[in-house]
Design a protein around this ligand. Structure first.
Ligand SMILES: NC(=O)c1ccc[n+]([C@@H]2O[C@H](COP(=O)([O-])OP(=O)(O)OC[C@H]3O[C@@H](n4cnc5c(N)ncnc54)[C@H](O)[C@@H]3O)[C@@H](O)[C@H]2O)c1
Length: 380
């Protein structure tokens, strides 16, 4: 008689915004999809014991620790979710892979390219482990549909695209200097945001237009300094605005406009993809809608039409039987968690692993170099 599959045993590092999303996903994935045994939530690590204990109790983890190395060393843990700040990912992910764990690490891979390369090497050296990145936006059923329409040739050959990713959490000039103003956190909008549009370009257009060959970028600071909580002011070291031009083979062109200081924009990822036979438009602030324009039929009747997410767009139906009722951000994380579990089970999955994600990091660092030099940069 075949034995029942053993539950995956999970450790979580970091319990802030994304840590909670991972925890909700680990809690919900079995109930939503009903495919694998309910994951066992073994341990949670935070920066201090009190916070770790409180969050472990809230999220349903059996034990808590103030040292993430305890989780990584724990033989009862199969999988480590990394939802700590960007600069800590490399050390945590490399240690977890070396300890034989699967890793689900938030984006971007690291703040320094050398660290991201080391993560990719660690994943390659542990082929039994799944090393996946937190690119939840690619999991949206509307984005899956967009990819299928493009692959089916409904837009004709794609010639150019534009993506604008805008939020306003850094838009207040009076807000005090924080981690995201410090060079320790990375470049700013370029890496904190830029990797998300690159993940979307990868799944939507990777097969049709291939990778970007060259990049030209400009980074800017809406505010040159910020107040310090104890008095005085400190120069801002990151750039909250980044603009990138991307050149692909075959004269295909792309634009990324990224801002963390775009007053009024809360979670915008506005995508436009243009082909010879039609175009697609999407905005993450309206994540259940896809706009499709097809250049056929009487000219007087042409126009964009809105396709509303429904059970006809997998895996929407696992959440809701009713069309138009709508998925949300956390649902995309639950889908990502399911894909991660499928990959661990050896089933083909829609995921961006360290091996693919390293290409986004190389592009981001080439963009930073372009800003420094004022010239186009080739992408390795
Ligand atoms: N996929 C997405 O859409 C998305 C969205 C937001 C953030 N992120 C990424 O998620 C990661 C976390 O960002 P966030 O917004 O949740 O930040 P956050 O500040 O809300 O949470 C980070 C948590 O990590 C904890 N932490 C810090 N150092 C730690 C350590 N040494 N050990 C254990 N815990 C530690 C902090 O105490 C905090 O609770 C970042 O890499 C970020 O880029 C991804």
């Amino acid at each position: 008689m075949p034995t029942a599959p053993r539950p995956l045993r999970v450790g979580l590092i970091g319990s802030g915004f994304m840590g909670k999303c991972h925890a909700l996903a680990w809690n919900a994935v079995a109930a939503t999809f009903g495919e694998a045994p309910r994951p066992e939530l073994v341990g949670l690590a935070e920066i201090d014991a009190g916070l770790a204990a409180a969050r472990a109790a809230q999220f349903g983890f059996a034990r808590a620790t103030a040292d993430w190395r305890d989780l990584v060393a724990d033989p009862r843990i199969d999988v480590v979710s990394i939802a700590a700040p960007n600069a800590l990912h490399a050390e945590m992910a490399i240690a977890a892979l070396a300890a034989g764990k699967h890793v689900w690490c938030e984006k971007p891979m690291a703040t320094r390219l050398a660290d991201a390369e080391a993560m990719a090497e660690a994943a390659a050296a542990a082929p039994q482990a799944i090393a996946a990145l937190g690119y939840n936006y690619i999991q949206n059923p509307a984005i899956r549909l967009a990819g299928e329409l493009i692959a089916a040739g409904r837009l004709g050959p794609v010639s150019h695209f534009r993506i604008e990713m805008d939020e306003d959490f850094m838009a207040d000039p009076a807000a005090p200097f924080g981690l995201k103003d410090s060079a320790e956190s990375g470049y700013g909008a370029l890496d904190d945001f830029g990797v998300h549009p690159l993940s979307l370009v990868h799944v939507l257009l990777g097969r049709s237009i291939g990778p970007a060959r060259r990049v030209f970028a400009h980074l800017s600071r809406p505010f040159s300094e910020r107040p310090l909580p104890g008095g005085g002011r400190r120069p801002v070291e990151t750039h909250d605005v980044a603009t990138l031009l991307l050149a692909f083979d075959g004269d295909c062109a792309g634009t990324l406009c990224l801002s963390r200081a775009a007053q009024g924009r809360k979670g915008r990822i506005a995508i436009q993809i243009f082909g010879a036979a039609g175009s697609l438009a999407y905005d993450q602030e309206r994540l259940n809608e896809l706009q499709l324009y097809e250049a056929r039929g009487p000219a007087a009747e042409r126009g964009f039409r809105t396709i509303l997410a429904s059970p006809d767009h997998p895996p929407y139906g696992h959440f809701l039987p009713a069309p138009g009722h709508g998925l949300g951000f956390n649902d995309l994380k639950i889908i990502e968690c399911r894909e991660f579990m499928r990959a661990i089970a050896g089933v083909p999955a829609r995921l961006i692993g360290f091996a693919e994600g390293i290409a986004f990091e190389r592009l981001i660092h080439a963009a930073a170099q372009s800003h420094e030099t004022g010239r186009w940069q080739d992408i390795a």
